[in-house]
Design a protein around this ligand. Structure first.
Ligand SMILES: [Zn+2]
Ligand SMILES: [Zn+2]
Length: 721
């Protein structure tokens, strides 16, 4: 007996399995359309899922469950579904976990989400006549609203309680109302010839796909190019997506965009509340949001009429997600622009080798901004030998700091290490404080009197004696930002020293506040980590220094030289954006124990693009990305043998599929958080063969018995090893 084939919905669910699940239509209804959000039973749980397709089921209908409830019909648009399919296949990731990216958190939950009401209040007719008795608080609200509608936040800042507002709404004296900030677009600066040409070229591409790499030295006015392009895009009644690295999305930037474009910019990033994210998601979808500024995850927002995508600081590592679905926000942005047939601008002072490679192959068009908008010269370079120096600062550098401070300049010192010192060592027996869970030293945090592992977070008290030989002579080796701050404060007691790292900048606006203070202030020293290196406008900095970049010179990660070059050019670009009032030109200093290293020589005597082109040629020679594709299979386990065994099984599986898998080899950090980490390198003759073969075969890993004993994941186009 043959059973009639039953049409079912293929539902993606947030479970770590590489397939969709079949469900019957809800009782008495048709199948919901593709892109619908549904509620279904899954084992004992109820889950929110997304319908990704319709098919004839191969399972007996009586073994299938019906969909419990259709939450929204066709909520997700076709272009996002197609991008999702592409991403799930390309990045070898379970479709159900990948669909989570398409939904703001409020729409992933089973419980219905009630977004908060409008953002302001106004008086009703009754309220205009009202005379509240014995309630000065209510009187204050009515007085405040007498002049017109007010934002809830403005009323709260007057000390008015939510309960007071609710009571007045209940009395029908006031009512909730949505208030749009009225903004008038401000005139921008006059564009340079290069900027004007860049804007013109991008705007000619409207209505069509074209990718541009805007390579502009620091201070050349890339943001102004983005804004002019955005103005043209909005004039066509189309929406703009401006993607920014996590660290760069500041209130300053949002304000600048709103003031120049004369429209409310909607913001999307993971630190917003659920309702803020939902509001942005909805505004983008209905077309109300003309401009969205977002971090990597904003590439999954729905847009009614997307007309332009800009990816600022396109080389930034934060565009690559490094857990869960390991997608690259910049690469998906390019994909989406092509699908939506709109231009995309990737901007950076130090573009990634991936993007430079694409310009060399004619896939992206290169637009260069070589002149600094302020006409300030690029800073002079110096490489200083820091061997035999104490506390991380050489005498030469101290002398330079003194000179710049005395001439009213500000000094920026970059050190990619927080804490007091990276190593604690016993002078008697050579013992070093290591993390027992990671292959790493513990970092000394002197102020908090503790040792901390920066990889797994493990902490312990700072010992007074060596745990091995009980000798009290423990020495902190090297200098992190905390120690540099102390040393600099001792050397320059007459000037403020500001430290910028995650240990001190804990509040949402701490860094903003400091930047404002520094911008308006006199000579001072800033010492900090990556936070400090990125695109902030610090016009009074005349001396910038990178300390102890030596780790990158000898790293096992093939991307280390590229990253070092980017940091050095970014930090150097901070110095001398303007020539100081006293005519002091900007200076840049690199302190190293290997001043003769060939890479440093190349960095000093070239410009970034020349340096990067040379690196790219070396990568080609070595068969490394971006010249060749690379996929990693990583496995972690408490027992190294378990990870090893799983990777060997995977290797056999791929050998049968005709794919070369090298390894297993230990990760650059072989142990982290108590797990031993190994990986396989997958490469093939062409990138297409690699991606296709991986996409066809990777789900078979779930069937390997050895997979149950390890944590594993695929990483396509990995950015860390
Ligand atoms: Zn000892
Ligand atoms: Zn650790």
């Amino acid at each position: 007996m043959t059973e009639a084939r039953q049409r079912v919905a293929q539902v993606a669910l947030p479970v770590p399995m590489p397939q969709c699940f079949d469900y019957l239509p809800p009782k008495g209804h048709e199948l919901p359309p593709i892109g619908s959000r549904v509620l279904v039973g899954f084992g004992p749980r109820r889950l929110v899922g997304l319908v990704l397709g319709h098919t004839d089921s191969t399972t007996e209908p009586r073994k299938l469950k019906p969909i419990d409830q259709v939450l929204d019909e066709a909520l997700i648009d076709e272009d996002l579904l197609v991008m999702h399919d592409w991403a799930a296949r390309y990045y070898a990731y379970p479709p159900g976990e990948c669909t989570q990216l398409l939904l703001p958190p409020a729409l992933r939950r089973v419980e219905p989400f009630n977004p908060p009401g409008p953002n302001g209040f106004q008086l009703t007719d009754a309220g205009q006549q009202a005379e509240p008795k014995r309630s000065p608080a209510q009187r204050r609200v009515l007085d405040a609203l007498a002049e017109g509608p007010q934002l809830r936040s403005a009323l709260v800042s007057l000390g008015i309680q939510s309960s007071t507002l609710k009571r007045l709404v209940d009395k029908a004296w006031i009512e909730a109302v949505s208030i749009e900030p009225s903004l008038i677009a401000r005139e921008g600066p006059v564009l340079s010839e290069e900027q004007r040409q860049a804007v013109g070229t991008v705007c000619q591409a409207y209505g069509d796909y074209q990718a541009f790499l805007l390579a502009g030295v620091t201070g050349s006015g890339k943001t102004e190019v983005y804004l002019q392009c955005a103005i043209e895009c909005m004039a066509r009644d189309e929406q703009v997506l401006l993607m920014i690295p996590e660290i760069g999305l500041t209130p300053q930037l949002i304000e600048r965009v709103m003031n120049r474009l004369g429209t409310a910019a909607f913001v999307y990033h993971s630190n917003l509340s659920e309702s803020e994210r939902l509001a942005c998601w909805q505004a983008a979808r209905c077309g109300k949001a003309k401009v969205v500024i977002g971090t990597r995850s904003s590439i999954f927002l729905p847009f009614k009429h997307l007309g332009l995508i800009v990816v600022d600081e396109e080389h930034d590592a934060s565009y690559k997600q490094i857990d869960g679905a390991r997608y690259h926000g910049r690469d998906l942005a390019v994909w989406r622009a092509r699908y939506r047939q709109c231009p995309i601008v990737l901007g950076s002072a130090t573009p990634s080798l991936e993007s430079i490679n694409n310009t060399e192959h004619g896939r992206y068009q290169l637009l260069k901004l070589t002149a600094r908008a302020t006409d300030a010269p690029l800073p002079q370079w110096r490489i200083i030998d820091q061997r035999n120096q104490q506390e991380g600062l050489s005498d030469t550098l101290v002398g330079l700091i003194k000179k710049h401070l005395a001439s009213d300049g500000q000094v920026l010192i970059y050190r990619n290490r927080r804490g007091y010192a990276p190593v604690l060592m016993c002078q008697a027996c050579g013992w070093q404080a290591d993390c027992h869970r990671c292959s790493a030293h513990m970092t000394v945090h002197q102020n908090q009197k503790k040792l901390q592992c920066h990889h797994c977070g493990h902490q312990s008290a700072l010992p007074h004696r060596c745990p091995a030989c009980e000798d009290p002579k423990l020495q902190a080796l090297g200098a992190g930002t905390e120690r540099l701050e102390t040393t600099l404060a001792g050397l320059f007691p007459d000037y403020p020293v500001h430290r910028v790292d995650r240990d001190v900048m804990t509040g949402r606006y701490d860094f903003e506040r400091l930047l404002e203070e520094v911008k308006n202030g006199g000579p001072c020293i800033l010492v900090g980590t990556q936070m400090l290196a990125k695109g902030h406008h610090l016009p009074k900095v005349t001396l910038a220094a990178v300390l102890d970049a030596d780790q990158a010179l000898f790293s096992g990660d093939f991307r280390a030289p590229e990253r070092l070059g980017q940091v050095i050019y970014q930090v150097a670009g901070r110095a001398g954006r303007v020539v100081n009032d006293q005519g002091l030109p900007g200076e840049f200093v690199l302190q190293t124990r290997h001043p003769e290293h060939a890479l440093l020589d190349r960095l000093r005597h070239g410009h970034y693009l020349g340096f990067a082109t040379q690196l790219l040629a070396e990568r080609r020679e070595a068969g490394l990305p971006p010249a060749e594709g690379l996929v990693l299979l990583r496995a972690e386990a408490h027992q190294p043998e378990a990870a090893w065994a799983f990777l060997q099984d995977a290797q056999k599986l791929w050998q049968q599929a005709g794919l070369q898998a090298q390894g297993p080899i230990a990760s650059i950090m072989p142990k982290r958080g108590g797990y031993w980490r190994f990986q396989l390198w997958l490469q093939a003759d062409t990138r297409a063969t690699l991606i296709d073969t991986v996409a066809r075969t990777w789900t078979a890993l779930y069937g390997l018995p050895s997979a149950k004993k390890v944590r594993w994941h695929m990483d396509v186009d990995p950015t860390e090893l």
